[in-house]
Design a protein around this ligand. Structure first.
Ligand code: KIV
Ligand code: ZN
Length: 523
């Protein structure tokens, strides 16, 4: 049974008539559209972890999932709605009864719930996907919004593929759903087809021709198929849209969504041009980016704007000289604005608890006393193997510590014979005393490790993705391994770090297998 009415109404600052033109509403869809990135499945605990950070980042809306699609998504939305009280929580639904009731149910405990209903409106989708005439589309959209309105005041409607919808028909759809009670109308460029000027005109056309447009917030949602998602979003803001839908690191379907950090920093840095800002605490951007890339396994390209490793690095001598003389010669933003610590002092073997604790804090992480102590011990072990410990090393250790996967199996020892038939011998520990030991071969050393872990745990995983990268530079850099494994139709991600890349690979695979084992155990 879906609940009766839920939540405490539309947040005052989302009401169209009162929406502040100077503060753009940031609707984060990392946990919904972002999670639709190929290879980025998150479990409910990981989603909750990201939601906590999104709340610290101070986004206005978190789209927590599409609950009708899976039990896991339903659980994620419910957990987030229960815990995150200071942000609006949106739940996605097609314009059908089953989805809307499920979305309402998932938001039962939310303080500020929003149901986000969508239905495709473009000719291509009407003809081939929905096989519905225009009148039927309007009827279904109105019915969906009215149904959602039975449960919540805050209802968003998205005409999917809006940018390829006939502009006049789009006006009709938008006007009808606002009449039906939609408080936000979102205009998606679903397939990343729009061009900035054209997309801005689409928004302008709605503002000029939808009679009741003042009763709803105009939102935009852009995909990056032509690399124009951020440019299109900014052009739409300039044309009058006051909500932007985006994701951390720009992750999302296919080429991804518009990147939150790029939009927010563009609005902030070029306030002179846009005249808008956001409520985002920009100094939390880097920490959020790291948490999302760590948990999704989707690494950020080095030259990515704002959050890439090179975003604030100056290689050329001329640039370095200029920056040293006057920072603004080559830097349009301060690294500290996005959360990059000013200090570049590296820690090492002789650094004590106090220096370590201080650095963890500067990096923007909150650790309990117990977590701090354990991470410090890991830091000391690492410092024995590695002379200089960089911020990225510390962050990798913290992410390991924060990973909430229980360790049913732990790696006790591992040895590899790389001869003509690569063979791995592994001992796994269960609890304090029980040791399982075995060895088997593979096509290469990594394959042999994964096969031996399968043999020891009795869980056969199909490896979908495996990657390894150096966390910092230098021969003694920490290696971060990431794997995606399929077991009985479900995908599991694992990640681990070590100065030994073979060990990191074994631990990452075991991390994924532990998730399977715990799930089976619960069942
Ligand atoms: O891209 C899209 O059209 C969407 C909708 C569900 C808003 O993600
Ligand atoms: Zn989308």
């Amino acid at each position: 049974m879906p609940p009766a009415r839920i939540g405490t109404g539309v947040r005052p600052y989302f009401v169209a008539e009162k929406v502040s033109m100077s503060k753009i509403i940031i609707f984060d869809t990392t946990l919904r559209d972002g999670e639709q990135s190929p290879g980025a499945s998150l479990d409910p605990k990981e989603k909750l972890q990201i939601a906590r950070q999104l709340s610290i980042l101070n986004v206005d809306v978190i789209e927590a999932g599409f609950p009708v699609t899976s039990e896991g998504d339903f659980k994620s939305v419910s957990n987030i709605a229960k815990e995150i009280r200071d942000v609006s929580i949106a739940s996605l639904a097609r314009s059908v009864e089953k989805d809307i009731e499920c979305a309402a149910k998932s938001l039962k405990s939310a303080k500020f719930p929003r149901i986000h209903v969508f239905l495709a409106t473009s000719k291509i989708h009407r003809k081939f996907k929905l096989v519905k005439a225009k009148e039927e589309i309007i009827k279904t959209a109105v019915k969906g919004v009215k149904r959602a309105k039975k449960y919540v005041d805050d209802v968003e409607f998205s005409p999917e593929d809006a940018s390829r919808t006939e502009p006049d028909f789009l006006v009709e759809v938008v006007e009808s759903v606002i009449d039906a009670g939609a408080t936000t109308v979102n205009i998606p460029d679903t397939v990343g087809y729009a061009i900035p000027e054209q997309y801005a005109s689409l928004i302008k056309n709605l503002k000029e021709n939808v009679k009741n447009i003042n009763k709803a917030v105009i939102s935009i949602h852009c995909h990056d198929d032509l690399g124009l998602a951020v440019a299109n979003s900014l052009a739409a803001v300039k044309a009058g849209a006051t909500q932007v839908e985006c994701t951390i690191n720009g992750i999302g379907e296919r080429a991804g969504n518009a990147s939150l950090e790029e939009i927010v920093m563009a609005l902030k840095t070029r306030k002179d041009f846009f005249g808008h800002t956001t409520r985002i605490k920009t100094h939390e951007i880097i920490a959020t980016s790291k948490i999302v890339s760590g948990l999704t396994g989707l690494w950020v390209q080095r030259n990515k704007a704002i959050v890439g490793e090179n975003a604030f690095a100056h290689e050329s001598g001329v640039h370095q000289d200029g920056v040293l003389k006057e920072r603004t010669t080559y830097e349009i933003m301060k690294p500290e604005e996005v959360g990059l610590p000013k200090t570049k002092i590296v820690l090492g073997k002789l650094s004590g608890r106090h220096a370590f604790k201080k650095r963890v804090k500067t990096l923007g992480y909150e650790l309990s006393d117990e977590e701090l102590e354990h991470t410090f011990q890991q830091f000391k072990l690492l410092a024995d193997k590695k002379k200089e410990i960089y911020d990225q090393d510390i962050e990798a250790l913290i992410q390991d510590e924060k990973s909430e996967t229980p360790h049913l199996y732990e790696l006790d020892s591992l040895s590899i014979n790389c001869g003509p038939v690569p063979t791995a011998s592994i001992k796994l520990r269960i609890g304090k005393d029980k040791i399982l030991a075995d060895s088997t071969k593979g096509d290469g050393p990594i394959d042999a490790i994964f096969n031996t872990i399968d043999l020891l745990t009795g869980i056969k995983g199909t490896l979908l993705d495996y990657s390894i990268r150096a966390v910092t530079s230098g021969k003694d850099a920490l290696g971060e391994a990431s794997v995606e494994v399929e077991v009985k139709g479900n995908n599991y991600r694992g990640r681990a770090v070590s100065t030994d890349t073979i060990e990191a690979s074994a631990k990452a695979y075991l991390n994924a297998i532990n998730k399977v084992a715990i799930k089976h155990r619960k069942k």
